[in-house]
Design a protein around this ligand. Structure first.
Ligand SMILES: Cc1cc2nc3c(=O)[nH]c(=O)nc-3n(C[C@H](O)[C@H](O)[C@H](O)COP(=O)(O)O)c2cc1C
Length: 333
């Protein structure tokens, strides 16, 4: 089964689904599984302790699949490793970049020089206009309820607003875990979806089983929004480890984050601490697990290919059901 939108040709994929890059989650195995299933996944270099580790992952991906892959770059000032990460990605002839949290201009310029495409995360129309002017090829609409660093605007408002006012292909990033969500995103004008949480509960995902099971068992009520882990608001599963850490930033850090001069350096330190905590998560020492509200829709652990096929089949059913509702609504009472 396939579904074709403008995203297929843009990213070289069979179905317009992106496995969102995920801190402490995504590795080469998941990226290869996505490419082999006809979609694409993004890999964050910050999941590797060293640049050489990241380069090794890119080599593994190249050896494991001929399909596309994306590299996720955090483009704010807190990412002091950005230049090296970009150089490594360019060296590996990365075909797609996904930028988050800042000014993507340098990445766009150098990626375009290399013939690659750039998708930029945005959570407002103003940010969408900025990255469009910088040359982005498509937008990830980071919406309220998403896993990772969630947005604050409902997909029902943000996706069509970006479509109308920015005029670039828009991918709905957040809240989608099945074909009904995909159909809804397409109806809003999106050209595809970026899904994270659903793919954590995939067989090829290398996280501890407890994390996968926690997603399968979770309802949206089990999620907590907090900036405690990275200094940026993110969505996490409530676990005893999260409760122990607490959800409020310590007062001195709150004050430093408010100051114009101190915000940047504090953010850098927070990012370093976050990356240490995430290493502990990978070593299975701490259950600090990010997920989005779509966890409520995840009921089983499946392979990436099964998730894609199921999503596409359900998309067809949702469209057919929607067409039926449409006919019903226009028939005389
Ligand atoms: C555990 C986790 C880690 C994430 N880390 C990143 C990241 O490092 N970079 C990024 O651009 N997005 C990150 N995200 C966001 C995802 O790429 C994706 O946009 C999001 O998960 C979509 O929402 P969903 O979880 O409701 O499907 C993360 C999401 C999760 C769940």
């Amino acid at each position: 089964m396939s579904l074709v939108t403008s995203l297929n040709a843009l990213l070289g994929i069979r179905a317009p689904i992106v496995v969102g890059p995920m801190t402490a989650v995504t590795d080469a195995k998941l990226v290869i599984a996505a490419a082999e299933a006809g979609i694409v996944a993004g890999i964050p270099p910050h999941n590797y302790r060293t640049l050489d580790g990241f380069k090794g992952a890119l080599r593994d991906i190249r050896q494991g699949t001929r399909g596309p892959f994306a590299v996720n770059l955090i483009v704010n000032k807190a990412n002091v490793l950005l230049r090296g990460q970009l150089d490594a990605a360019l060296e590996a002839e990365t075909p797609i970049y996904i930028t988050s949290l800042g000014d993507p201009r340098e990445v766009i310029r150098r990626a375009h020089d290399a013939g690659a495409k750039v998708v930029c995360d945005v959570s407002t129309v103003a940010h969408g206009l900025k990255v469009r002017d910088a040359g982005a090829d498509a937008l990830n609409a980071v919406v309220a309820g998403a896993g990772g660093h969630a947005g604050h605007i409902s997909p029902f408002a943000l996706v069509p607003a970006l479509v109308d006012r920015v005029g670039l292909p828009v991918i709905c990033a957040g809240g989608v875990a099945d074909g009904r969500g995909l159909a809804a995103a397409i109806a809003l004008g999106a050209c595809g979806v970026q899904m994270g949480t659903r793919f954590i509960a995939s067989r090829e995902c290398s996280v501890p089983d407890g994390y996968k099971r926690a997603i399968v068992d979770a309802t949206a009520d089990d999620l907590v929004l907090t900036e405690r882990l990275s200094g940026v608001m993110g969505s996490y599963l409530r676990t005893p480890d999260l409760d122990r850490l607490g959800t409020a930033l310590p007062l001195p850090i709150q004050l430093l984050m408010r100051g114009k001069r101190t915000r940047g350096p504090t953010q850098k330190v927070m990012m370093v601490l976050a990356s240490r905590r995430m290493s502990a998560v990978r070593r299975e020492e701490r259950a600090l697990w990010s997920a989005g509200q779509s966890a409520d829709l995840v009921h089983e652990i499946a392979t990436v290919r099964e998730i894609v096929e199921h999503t596409l089949a359900e998309y067809e059913r949702a469209c057919a059901a929607g067409a039926g509702v449409g006919r019903g609504a226009t028939s005389p009472a």
